[in-house]
Design a protein around this ligand. Structure first.
Ligand SMILES: [Zn+2]
Length: 187
């Protein structure tokens, strides 16, 4: 994808995550104040002349959203949302589609040379990149982390787990719609 971020964005992201962003290729979504909210990360990186995987393509960077979702997770919401999805055939199918879609978008980020190299030299890792779902999980009914699903939801509003999380956030945290963030604002 075309680079759509500035040096200033990198500074904001570094404050948001408390570290420099890794494997950044773009910003998928910004909040109302224009700060990075969902980052796009490249699916692989090279370390000691070896290709390693980075299967989480969409990375939530807004500190408030990260914190609120941690609160939900600490209350056992991963399991609860999982059960809600499993009890509903339509949502189950939507989740499978979201996982497949995610894998496809991840593959599309790869350069032609990286694509060829992965397929030829790292068939196992190619399988993970091309077939694993949101957050890199292989079984398509699994959830694991609400952050990854919410990041995906923020981009296209299709992820059924992210939709549930969104409703929970709206109900629980009144400032969700305000979108302004002291951490991002800080100079
Ligand atoms: Zn999480």
């Amino acid at each position: 994808m075309r680079q759509n971020y500035t040096e200033e964005d990198i500074e904001v992201i570094t404050r948001q995550l408390d570290r420099e962003p890794r494997n950044l290729v773009g910003i998928a979504k910004r909040c109302k104040d224009g700060y990075p909210q969902v980052l796009v990360t490249y699916p692989i990186f090279e370390e000691n002349e070896e290709l390693k995987l980075f299967p989480t393509t969409y990375w939530l960077s807004c500190p408030k959203l990260i914190e609120w979702i941690f609160t939900l997770e600490s209350e056992g919401l991963v399991q609860q949302v999982q059960e809600e999805i499993m009890a509903d055939c339509k949502k189950q199918q939507e989740l499978i589609t979201a996982h497949e879609d995610y894998a496809q978008r991840r593959v599309e980020l790869l350069s032609n040379s990286d694509l060829t190299k992965l397929k030829e030299e790292y068939p196992g890792r190619w399988r993970v990149i091309s077939q694993s779902g949101i957050g890199g999980i292989m079984e398509k009914e699994g959830i694991k982390c609400l952050h990854t699903h919410y990041a995906d939801f923020l981009i296209n509003q299709k992820n059924p787990v992210g939709k549930i999380v969104d409703n929970l956030l709206q109900a629980r945290f009144s400032e969700v719609n305000l979108d302004n963030c002291s951490i991002c604002d800080e100079e």
